[in-house]
Design a protein around this ligand. Structure first.
Ligand code: PFF
Length: 452
């Protein structure tokens, strides 16, 4: 077995919970979940989403942590170590590779989008000027049209991310999360209270929680599974890498439950805060950049103290994105240090450089290169499709098959340390339900008409 002699360990189980929540809570929870819930079934969607998390997300999260901890290494090494221990082919390490490369591809556009958030934070701090919906749209279009502005923020965000990684697992990742995550929760609670006090919480609540079962189509349900994947950071080696620094005595099941609950709670609170403010000013609900970078700034511009709350809001989104980005770099950096013997500092900045170059391509895909398309998608679209629609589900499927069918019951049971009935339930779901769910999602992606 190839294990590096001095591997770091999180300083406590809570530290691990916090960093994993940090990875999970990101742009996905804040700009996608609220709108998905509101427009696709309200509380019916929230229930379906929770079911997807319980039946697909959580079991996989547990399996990924388990492989990482047992394999005690970066995703490739963890797969090699566990494959060797369980008499499986070394080829399973391809799974580690797919995860690590997928994570870097995600980061290349995640960093550009996080750069948008930094630009808006800067605008908010210096007095965001949007008077009308037309202004708000133009403001966003002007940002996208400027490769220099996009590039500058992308560079800065990536440097912040890599800077944390370079400092190490505990001194970098853990310390950053211990500061950023409590701050994030504090700001979120503050904004929710503000939304309740100054906004239209009543309409926001009804939008997000009215039970609209009639809107739930198979396609919506499959989108919920897909979102559970992205929001729990599954299949990209991030969780496996974090799990490899977890001590032997912590309960994987308990920890995973905390992570899943926190992510959903953040999505719900963010939705209530955002929609109560946008509804208050009569703005139509939407998702993604349209919601966060157009409707919301317009609402902020019209409310008393708007500049302060706008700054706090973009800080919240930035913290969420930052802690997620950190987890996307760790798998590859861990591989470079453990397998290639490269110093962590050089490994982190070298990885940053590769991602930066790809990200520059993404910045250009919004302006100078916007005419270059593949299957009608620009580079941003291609990277998003390839990672979240293809690599994530495939990798998740492989993890379920590996942990459920290949590693062998005795070893898995020993590593999970779960009470008998709970263990059997988890193992059964991992073997049968998770792969079925993923195959359905995959069919949905490749043949959208099938699931309408
Ligand atoms: N979970 C993050 C979000 O919801 O924004 C994104 C993400 C982070 C995906 C880390 C995958 C990953 F490995």
């Amino acid at each position: 077995m190839s294990t590096s002699p001095a591997r770091s360990t999180w300083s406590s189980r809570w530290a691990f919970i916090l960093v994993t929540i940090g990875s999970s809570v990101g742009l996905g929870n804040i700009w996608k979940f609220p709108y998905m819930a509101g427009s696709q079934g309200g509380s019916a969607f929230v229930l379906v989403y929770l079911l997807c998390v319980l039946l697909v997300g959580l079991p996989l999260l547990m399996a990924e942590i388990m492989i990482g901890r047992r394999g005690r290494g970066n995703p490739v090494t963890a797969m090699l170590n566990t494959a060797e221990e369980t008499g499986n082919s070394a080829w399973w390490c391809v799974l580690g590779w797919v995860g690590m490369l997928g994570a870097l591809l995600i980061l290349s556009f995640y960093s550009v989008v996080s750069g948008w958030i930094m630009d808006y934070l800067y605008q908010a701090l210096t007095g965001l000027q949007v008077e009308t919906a037309e202004n708000a749209r133009q403001n966003f279009d002007t940002l996208l049209a400027s490769p220099w502005r996009l590039g500058l923020w992308h560079t800065l965000f990536l440097a912040m991310t890599v800077g944390v990684i370079a400092r190490g697992v505990v001194a970098g990742i853990e310390v950053a999360n211990k500061i950023l995550m409590p701050a994030l929760f504090l700001i979120l609670i503050l904004l929710t209270l503000w939304g309740w006090w100054a906004g239209d919480m009543h309409t926001a609540w009804h939008f997000m929680f009215d039970f609209k079962a009639e809107v739930l189509t198979p396609s919506v349900i499959l989108a919920a599974v897909g979102h559970a994947f992205f929001s729990l950071s599954l299949g990209m080696g991030a969780i496996m890498a974090y799990g490899s620094y977890l001590d032997r005595n912590s309960s994987i099941a308990n920890t995973s439950l905390w992570v899943a609950m926190a992510g959903t709670l953040v999505g719900i609170l963010a939705g209530l805060a955002i929609f109560s403010l946008t509804f208050r000013y009569g703005l139509a609900p939407s998702e993604g950049p349209g919601l966060i970078l157009q409707a919301l700034p317009l609402a902020f511009a019209h409310m008393p103290g708007g500049q302060v709350f706008a700054s706090l809001f973009f800080l919240l989104v930035l913290f969420a994105a930052w802690t997620s980005a950190i987890s996307l770099v760790e798998p590859f950096v861990a591989w470079l240090t453990e397998r290639m013997g490269i110093h962590r500092y050089a490994a982190a900045w070298g990885t940053g450089l590769i991602v930066w170059l790809l990200g520059v391509g993404v910045c250009l895909s919004f302006n100078l290169w916007s005419a270059y398309k593949l299957f009608d998608l620009d580079l941003f679209g291609v990277l998003d499709f390839l990672t979240s629609r293809i690599m994530m589900p495939l990798s998740g499927m492989a993890i379920a098959i590996y942990a459920g069918w290949k590693m062998g019951l005795p070893l898995v049971r020993e590593e999970m340390r779960l009470e008998a009935p709970m263990f059997s339930l988890w193992f059964w779901v991992l073997r049968y339900i998770v792969p079925t769910g993923i195959v359905l999602v995959f069919c949905h992606v490749l043949m959208p008409e099938m699931s309408k």
